[in-house]
Design a protein around this ligand. Structure first.
Ligand code: KIV
Length: 295
């Protein structure tokens, strides 16, 4: 058993369990992971939900937004994460435009995540505008997590990564969007960059859980990006708390490795594999080798 507390009942987390957790007032812990190594780490820590976020475009692939991320990128990384998960619910993010053109294409893309990559659910960005699609997906057996507030795939419409639902009219629209998503069958909704009081009201209005990121302490759960939490990379959003400085530790370790190679201290005796003396003697007898001339 790992040092951290795994899930108390030891059973894989389901969408129904998340609803029960909300009803019981038990906070839901969600985090992103993008490969088998990060998946094993977060699963061993006992998180409830692992999201293969399209944020991988920024934190892994170095894009300046999530827009260039493709279905193939997401399926490959989701499959890797699935190989490292034993308990947490695995949710795959549907990338930009993979669910906006036709419902048929959206259903085919979502099905790839469940049938081929090992996800248990998908996440899509949008409010009432995506509700008819959510309804079709759920009817087809695909659990859907909603995502409202600052939806990063619409960054060009918002004109930046800004807090949403600041005035009464847009806050009311946000509540309506969430109610429509719930009615369409979404099992949970991510609220991103929303004022604390607005997110708390939404959370009270819904019977499905809200998972906040930069949405305060009134949500039913929290989600964070793996790299932000662990201090990997320079970017530090205000809503994230850095629980470790792993990036600095990694740079320090690689710097020591480079110094050891340059100074002749690596590899050391414990990293060596020696040949039998007879093999070395035979090799030396056979040298120099004369290669037969080619015709
Ligand atoms: O892509 C992502 O990581 C996300 C979370 C920030 C919710 O959508």
């Amino acid at each position: 058993m790992s040092a951290a507390a795994p899930h108390s009942d030891g059973k894989p987390v389901t969408t129904l369990k998340l609803r029960d957790m909300k009803a019981a007032g038990e906070p839901i812990v969600m985090i992103t992971a993008y490969d088998v190594a990060s998946a094993r780490i977060v699963d061993a820590a006992g998180v409830d939900v692992v999201l293969v976020g399209d944020s991988l475009g920024m934190v892994l692939l170095g894009y300046t937004s999530t827009l260039p991320v493709t279905m193939d990128d997401m399926v490959r990384h989701t499959a890797a994460v699935a190989r490292g998960i034993t308990h947490a619910l695995l949710v795959a993010d549907m990338p930009f435009m993979s669910y906006r053109i036709t419902h048929e294409e959206a259903l085919r893309n979502a099905a790839r995540f469940l049938a081929k990559a090992g996800a248990s659910a998908v996440k899509i960005e949008g409010g009432a505008d995506v509700a008819p699609l959510v309804e079709r997906m759920v009817a087809a057996g695909i659990p859907v997590m909603g995502h409202v507030g600052l939806t990063p795939q619409s960054v060009n419409v918002f004109g930046g990564y800004k807090v949403q639902a600041r005035d009464a009219a847009s806050a009311l629209r946000l509540v309506e969007d969430c109610l429509v998503l719930e009615a369409a069958g979404a099992f949970a909704i991510v609220l991103e960059l929303v004022p604390t009081e607005v997110a708390a009201i939404v959370s009270e209005e819904l019977s499905i859980p809200t998972i906040g990121i930069g949405a305060g302490d009134g949500c039913d759960g929290q989600v964070q990006v793996f790299h932000d939490l662990l201090g990997i990379g320079d970017f530090a959003p205000r809503h994230a708390r850095r629980y470790a400085e792993i990036g600095a530790a990694m740079t320090e370790a690689v710097t020591r490795y480079a110094a050891d190679v340059r100074g002749g201290a690596f590899p050391g005796e414990e990293q060596l594999t020696h040949a039998e003396e007879s093999v070395v003697a035979e090799l030396e007898r056979a040298l120099p080798l004369t290669l037969e001339a080619e015709e």
